[in-house]
Design a protein. Structure first.
Length: 101
């Protein structure tokens, strides 16, 4: 059964106790802590079933223009799964663009 995040931002604990940030419609990774996924499902933040289809690769966020804002590059890095919000704290726009373009 495929499970996906059902909210603007869902934070899931993994089996090694790290945190993963998922945006609405993103699939719950296989290394998610089952107890945490169950808790989130009970709260309505995770849903699943045979009718839920995971996001396709083509649905990845569009890369910002080279002169895009710091906020655009930060959102792209997180939404594309290349970084967590903790990893981008304190980075400048040019650092974000260099790391995640």
């Amino acid at each position: 059964m495929i499970q996906v995040a059902k909210g603007p931002l869902v934070i899931v604990r993994t089996q090694d106790q790290s945190l993963i940030h998922l945006y609405d419609g993103m699939p719950v990774p296989a290394n998610a802590d089952p107890a945490d996924v169950e808790r989130l499902a009970a709260l309505g933040f995770v849903a699943g079933g045979p009718d839920v289809v995971p996001a396709e690769e083509s649905e990845q966020p569009a890369k910002p223009a080279g002169n895009g804002s710091k906020e655009e590059w930060a959102a792209y890095a997180v939404q594309s799964g290349q970084a967590t919000e903790d990893e981008i704290v304190g980075l400048t726009r040019d650092e974000l663009r260099g790391l995640y373009s």
